[in-house]
Design a protein around this ligand. Structure first.
Ligand SMILES: [Zn+2]
Ligand SMILES: [Zn+2]
Length: 378
């Protein structure tokens, strides 16, 4: 089944800015909200689709990923992801994981727990770690045959000292000093309409009203610390410039029980001196002397998979392309390989030996071409 275009789902243009995306999402989500279409399976699907589209397009990184691989039909695509292009993308990671992201926006649109103006509920402090993007440069042949690489990344990861809890093991849980255990902070503001009292969740305890009395001495309560990590990456055969590899769970560590983010590795491939690649096809140039172009003969062609001999027919013209089927780069998401395309370049000599000159003159005479001494040619 073809993946629907995420922009189409939200009814927006490709270049839409964040505001337009949010507005379109809000409109669509209200229209297709399950409360309005009770028991309608199709509407439910549509609502799900809208939310998935929004989750990708509202996230700068994910949107970029989608723009690169979703629409172009996958220059490279996600290796290991089932189909082509965007097919292998995994939405599940975006939906879960407590606060942040979709849940927050959803609540602000639909009033969350309802009632309006009621006391805000404590938020779970668990948060999914951010995704990270890293670049690696690989050789031309490594992209074609695959490789194993190692890279070092520095990222916030789960604090080992407190096992990601943010407090020392012997800490006691006490009333939050900032909100006096109420979980909320009340503020009185002067407005044109008079005094207004607002309340918001206490940042210190996230609305729980209780906090540990001893923060972790290593992460100072953040539950994460920056650390260096070496990551092994298996690069599948057939990747190309701009291909992205996703290492699930190798991104930033989650906060207080949240899951880890993903690591996206973007490949840049060094050019080759001998070959030019276009998709899975490989192009090269074979230079042949003019005599061979005229008389024909055998010529050796270097390919990625060793040398091959091709037979040139007599009278081969400059620019003629010979195809060596199945001698190109492997396809990324299916069996088989592209072709090797060797283009003939006839080399015209600019220096001749005495004997060669004699022979060319003789040839000219034979062909009825008049060549004068001291003339245009010599
Ligand atoms: Zn508090
Ligand atoms: Zn810690």
């Amino acid at each position: 089944m073809a993946q629907k275009d995420l922009y189409e789902i939200l009814g927006i243009a490709r270049g839409a800015d964040d505001k337009a995306i949010k507005a379109a999402y809000r409109k669509m989500a209200l229209e297709w909200h399950p409360d309005k279409h009770k028991g309608d399976k199709a509407a439910e699907e549509k609502f799900k689709e809208i939310n998935q589209a929004y989750e990708v397009l509202s996230d700068k990184q994910k949107r970029q990923q989608y723009d690169t691989f979703g629409s172009t039909g996958g220059q490279g695509g996600f290796p290991g992801g089932g189909g082509q292009g965007f097919g292998g993308f995994d939405f599940s990671g975006f939906s879960g994981g407590g606060g942040g992201g979709f849940a927050d926006i959803f609540e602000s649109f639909f009033g969350g727990g309802g009632g309006g103006g009621g006391r805000a509920k404590p938020r779970s402090q668990a948060r999914r770690g951010n995704d990270i993007e890293a670049n690696i440069r690989i050789g031309f042949e490594e992209a074609i045959f695959g490789a194993e690489k190692e890279l070092e990344i520095t990222k916030p990861d789960v604090c080992e000292n407190c096992e990601g809890k943010g407090h020392e093991k012997d800490a006691k849980i006490v009333n939050c000093g900032t909100c006096q255990g109420t979980g909320e902070i009340r503020e009185i503001r002067q407005t044109l309409l008079g005094q207004m009292s607002t309340s918001r969740l206490c940042d210190m305890c996230n609305g729980e009203g209780r906090v540990p009395d001893k923060k972790c001495g290593v992460c100072h309560g953040t539950a994460r610390v920056r650390m260096k990590q070496r990551v092994k990456v298996k690069i599948p055969a057939g990747v190309d410039n701009g291909s992205t590899i996703r290492l699930s769970g190798k991104g930033e560590g989650g906060v207080k029980g949240g899951s880890a983010g993903d690591l996206y590795i973007v490949l840049s491939v060094e050019p080759s001196k001998r070959f030019v690649r276009s998709g899975a096809d490989i192009h090269s140039v074979i230079e042949i002397p003019v005599v061979q172009a005229v008389l024909g003969g055998e010529v050796k062609v270097e390919t990625l998979h060793g040398a091959e001999v091709i037979k040139l027919p007599a009278g081969t013209e400059d620019g003629k392309v010979f195809k060596l089927a199945d001698h190109g780069a492997p396809f990324l998401n299916r069996e088989g390989r592209g072709d090797h395309l060797a283009k003939v370049k006839v080399v015209i000599p600019d220096k001749l030996s005495k004997r060669e000159k004699e022979l060319y003159l003789e040839l000219a005479q034979e062909s009825g071409i008049e060549v004068k001494k001291g003339g245009l040619f010599w």
